[in-house]
Design a protein around this ligand. Sequence first.
Ligand code: AHR
Length: 629
Amino acid sequence: TVDVDATDTGPTIDDNMYGVFYEDINRAADGGLYAELVQNRSFEYDPADNAAYTGMTAWAPTAPDGARGTAAVVDDAGRLNERNRRYLRLNLPAGGGGYGVINAGYNSGIRVERQRDYDFSVWARTDATAGTPLTVRITDPAGTALATPLRITLRGDGWTKYTGRFRATGSSTTGRLAVTGAGGGSVGLDMVSLFPRDTFKGRPNGMRRDLAEKIAALRPGFLRFPGGCLVNTGSHYGYTAPNWERQRSYQWKDTVGPVEERATNANFWGYNQSYGIGYYEYFQFAEDIGAMALPVVPAMVTGCGQNRATDDPELLRRHIQDTLDLIEFANGPASSQWGSLRARMGHPEPFGLTHLGVGNEENLPDAFFERFRQFRTAIEAAHPEITVVSNSGPDDAGGTFDRLWELNRAAGVEMVDEHYYNSPEWFLQNNERYDAYDRAGPKVFLGEYASQDNRFYNALTEAAYMTGLERNADIVKLASYAPLLANEDYVQWRPDMIWFNNHASWGSASYEVQKLFMTNVGDEVVPSRASGTPTTTVPITGAIGLSTWATSAAYDDVTVTSADGTTLLRDDFSAGASNWTHSSGRGSWSIVDGSYVQSDAAAEDTMVTAGDPGWRDYDLRVTATKRSG
Ligand code: AHR
């Protein structure tokens, strides 16, 4: 029986409570949301990005006429610019015959659809005084044309951008782009690009339509970007590295301006990242889908388990200034220094930034907070209208999480970003997580969460959990499932909300749950109470996250054994306390004569092994009997 008290009112629910968290993980950007069809278009792939890479990754030499030339990636003074350092040098055979390179795109190739238009562009130079005829073809893998070839004449030894448009005459999911020159001499090629003309909203340098439309269909209240671990990491490699150096932390200024002047970087997730989608494109996309933009900048501490923090005050000062400049880029008048760049890129009006995250999943709480404090002070002094979002580190059963909450609360931080990925059972057992959160403390931004699989059951438990978020909409102000996107052939993390390959995309069951909540946001919570709910005995068996069962106040008679049958948790546990310890600070518990005893029924309990730095999966077998009621 559910009793609804229509005379009472609960918290109001903000329209933008449910949003999306976009991170360039699982090749979400290049080969994904970014509509560019050519892989490694600027020949910048490097073993520093991924040991399997070379400058010619995704490219192969081709000699359609059997002629002999050479194709090599070079890095010399003839480069396109200081950030885009490498280019392809083709030495063409004299006399007849063509020689060039062919690109294999992403997944099985380049997706080409009959009757659709494709925009080709290339930066090129030639030392042939008579110029170089360049032929550009879209073909299938066997070389059969999928469009009428483009013929372009390159002239002069200075870098020039050449463009052309194809109308596809055939369809393929295994297409190739071939660029060949003839007539002798040496040709330089860079930024070899092919875009479908029908990007999302027809924007140049735009988003892939089916993916962008799936995100837009959620009607997300906000767009958190660009990460995740992506934001902080890389900085351990040297904050001061020149702006074309790989493994720099994510710095927004590397990602704006003309695409051919943006560096590429080694992605934390093990691949090359082009910055073709950069801060301008993210802001534009947020505006296009009606979402509040919520960028996250690095705090000069490496989260995600890397445990380093800069001690260079000048460097910290520079990054704080970069963050102030970012706010000017988003909100400043077109006459301001960074506002004028935004205007030149096509958006004279401000983007209306209101929230900004500093740091992601930080696991050096004090080091992070000391630097966060400096960011926050500077931002609030110059822009009191901006909400500066802090974080709670990994949800690590005590330690970092509790310390960061303590620091955030003491400093009166407005909003704290929490992350957790747990079993479906955890989501069912922890529906009441936020009921007891301190209403006088910071608001919660649940920036990342997911039940750990992509089955219907996971989505169902997420939906159940979201009712708990919504019931606490006065304290949980924003929530986003994570990660958002995954290319099925390049997966670093699962589950994910939307899956794709080079020609198709599909939402998971979790996508449908998110859509259900985002497109049906209520105005206010109406208090209700359920009674007469059945008492059941639920045996739990299997390998589960340790924190999953340990956080449960709902179970009794717990036995934990390792996979080989060894009993790990015994009756004398609380007395002997050999290898298990309780460390939550939010409640206490013990096992007495085989029974679970909780001394603070309102609190969430967690438990980790002594000396363990945080949450992780253990191969444990758990059986438990659900407490009656
Ligand atoms: O969403 C995937 C990763 O999970 C994010 O990069 C990080 O913040 C978290 O650990």
